[in-house]
Design a binder for this molecule. Sequence first.
Ligand code: ADP
Ligand code: MG
Length: 266
Amino acid sequence: MSTAVPAPATPAGTLPMVEVRAVHKSFGALEVLRGIDLQVRTGEVAVVLGPSGSGKSTLLRTINHLEKVDSGRISVDGALVGYRRSGDKLYELREREILKQRTHIGFVFQNFNLFPHLTVLDNITEAPLAALRRPRKDVLATARALLDRVGLADKADAYPRQLSGGQQQRVAIARALALEPKLLLFDEPTSALDPELVGEVLAVIKDLARQGTTMIVVTHEIGFAREVADTVVFMDGGRIVEQGPPGQVLDHPRHERTKSFLSKVL
Ligand code: ADP
Ligand code: MG
């Protein structure tokens, strides 16, 4: 595959890319996040597991400020998400500033969310043409290189409806990468796919992991977690019940709830 897209320079190390501290979030009377603490270092892959309704999507959405937290703090690459600090005061960022901050965080959804009326190439170039002050020629070249990287170089002019689910999701990944994010968030990227298409999407995500992309991946694919995760995080009832290396959490879970969940998905 193409080498035209540079891999992030920082190897897995000690710098925290994501820091979530004491985050609480309720929807009305329902407390969905009940004190979440999570750190993901630069170059690491965190895989988040947990039953439906445990707060996984909400956690991802707070990290790019699609949901506002009620209390606690989140920072990405050292910058507070959604806020600016001035002295000892915090000010909420304006919509424009929030959008700018969000361009550094790629989000891949379960249902691809491609623009149906745009070609594959236009899906990928739309945001970077608007957000990155780059010559159109360069944006196009990068988009083509990304398509090559996800194995879809020949689909540039196709429309989403002409692609399989797996192909659409690979376009969605290329689109997320086009903004050169510091961090990629995946919310059940293979859950909407027919089983035979899951592998091609996971292969692309594995390739990104090998190149040192920092990612948080919500998935029920335990084999993928075992192979790719640096950290496995198990959530239940709005809390992180247990987290650690895959060999620990998946093979020697300490908590009953983790054991019971794993016995159902394995
Ligand atoms: P998961 O991704 O682990 O399945 P979610 O984070 O989507 O869990 O949801 C956690 C809980 O929060 C669920 O009970 C869900 O119905 C509720 N919830 C999520 N988003 C909203 C919202 N915007 N308004 C009200 N309730 C919500
Ligand atoms: Mg979810």
